[in-house]
Design a protein around this ligand. Sequence first.
Ligand SMILES: CC(C)(COP(=O)(O)OP(=O)(O)OC[C@H]1O[C@@H](n2cnc3c(N)ncnc32)[C@H](O)[C@@H]1OP(=O)(O)O)[C@@H](O)C(=O)NCCC(=O)NCCS
Length: 176
Amino acid sequence: MVLRLRPYRAEDEAAALAAHEALLVDDFHFLLGWDDTMAWSDFLQALDDQRRGLNLSETQVRAVQLAAVVGGELVGRASVRFELNGFLATTGGHIGYAVTPAHRRKGYAAEILRQALVVVRAEGVDRVLVTCSENNAGSRRVIESCGGTFQSSVPLEAGQSLCRDGGKGVRRYWIE
Ligand SMILES: CC(C)(COP(=O)(O)OP(=O)(O)OC[C@H]1O[C@@H](n2cnc3c(N)ncnc32)[C@H](O)[C@@H]1OP(=O)(O)O)[C@@H](O)C(=O)NCCC(=O)NCCS
């Protein structure tokens, strides 16, 4: 399998928006910070700013969002945060990932996490926090297969959600 993580490009718009729509059904945001009043070019600019730590809102940290591509097709994404704020330190973690429904159970999420670990470590993060909903058996398996050591379960606070799987808690893992 040759899966590449790379920045989104102008030509990714249709596939990325389709993936975003597909995952919204489960209350999961494929494109973080996207809203449908935006132009795709403005979204790309906002991602580039966030990569460089520019124009960050109070809730943002320096981070990259990367397309996961296999044979030219968008199959998933990674969100790699280079710092933790309050929400990320308890619930969100350093790395988030998703695979589009058509491409699941092919090992792509585990490969995305493996490559995202290289990206975050290249920025000096040694201990990497990765989390999943307590009901997300697939994500749990992905994290454990990448060497995650379970640290704790914490309850989701009111209004927080990792995705619509009914989980009321978050499993927190460290990958050294
Ligand atoms: C969870 C998700 C990322 C898994 O993606 P995937 O590409 O299908 O996962 P992989 O093919 O890499 O599977 C890795 C392991 O998890 C297992 N797995 C995957 N989905 C599973 C599921 N629904 N139930 C049980 N095990 C599952 C695989 O069998 C594999 O196990 P193995 O290591 O023993 O072979 C994907 O379903 C998804 O994007 N869901 C919505 C978004 C999401 O939940 N993101 C994570 C937020 S914490």
